[in-house]
Design a protein around this ligand. Structure first.
Ligand code: 0L1
Ligand code: MG
Length: 261
């Protein structure tokens, strides 16, 4: 059976590497894929990337907003992994030719100072174990046609993870109420999306706590040094050639990038 998950991982990594949209796994390759099996495919993707010499920056949380969970008819967020080659410097350029059909969303990232091992982890414990919080723009790029997938598909596809722009201003989490941090995301000077930290499970630290508790179910944990995206505060917006994207997070410096063909 393990061979099936590896084959599906290869199928998805090929689409990522060769930059084409593909049919979802559950369309006909493995129509009975479960969420648990989706994570087995994701684990194979992680193994492939580590074997290529890529480094994990940290896990990330996805589908953390009530709206996205309702849309997907699920009651639990999902996680994936961000790798070193996915990082774009603040003010840098995202090249459409490297990607399939990218969208951008605004998030808060946590820089973890101590291992966090579930079960039973709370948001307060996460805040106590966090060195810094950093504003971020995540670029998601589902490998599936039109971002059309079921929950097992998107888990298998490493939660659509593609690129991340981290801001330059780091703050101690105790200095602010992250649930009240207001965020706007503008493209070419026009506000496209806005929200507040509370859009992420009431408080972004709750999302990281949930991640620790989900990882504990497979004997894993959050590690000191992980940089973790806590989930989207805003909706995701499709990117186009020439876009100048600016994320404004109350109390932080802006996070920006431009888009080129
Ligand atoms: O980071 C995310 O919330 C992405 C989760 C996958 C859903 C999507 O691709 O829209
Ligand atoms: Mg995200």
């Amino acid at each position: 059976m393990q061979g099936v998950y590896k084959e599906l991982a290869e199928y998805l990594v090929k689409a990522e590497t060769e930059k084409y949209e593909t049919q979802r796994v559950t369309a006909d390759l493995k129509s009975d894929l479960t969420v648990e099996e989706g994570y087995l495919v994701q684990e194979e993707i992680v193994k492939m990337k580590l074997a290529e010499g890529r480094k994990i920056i940290g896990p990330k949380m996805g589908l953390t907003s009530r709206a996205k969970m309702t849309q997907m008819n699920v009651d639990e967020p999902i996680y994936g992994y961000v790798f070193d080659y996915m990082l774009i410097e603040n003010g840098g350029t995202v090249h459409l030719s490297d990607l399939i059909h990218p969208k951008v969303e605004a998030e808060i990232a946590f820089v973890i100072g101590k291992d966090i091992e579930g079960p039973g982890i709370t948001g307060a414990q996460v805040l106590a174990a966090t060195d810094y919080v950093v504003p971020a723009l995540e670029i998601i790029d589902s490998r599936y046609e039109n971002f059309n997938f079921t929950l097992p598909d998107v888990v298998a596809d490493n939660a659509s993870t593609s690129r991340v722009v981290l801001g330059n201003s780091l703050k101690k989490p105790a200095t602010m109420d992250l649930d009240l941090v207001g965020v706007t995301m503008s493209i070419n000077g026009e506000i496209k999306e806005l929200g507040a930290g509370a859009a992420v499970l009431g408080h972004p630290a709750n999302s990281i706590a949930m991640l620790a508790n989900m990882l504990a179910k497979k004997g894993d944990k959050i590690r000191k040094g992980d940089v973790i995206l806590s989930g989207a505060i805003t909706g995701a917006v499709m990117l186009a050639d020439g876009d100048q994207v600016v994320g404004k997070f109350d109390g932080f410096q802006d996070v920006t990038f431009k888009v080129q063909a």
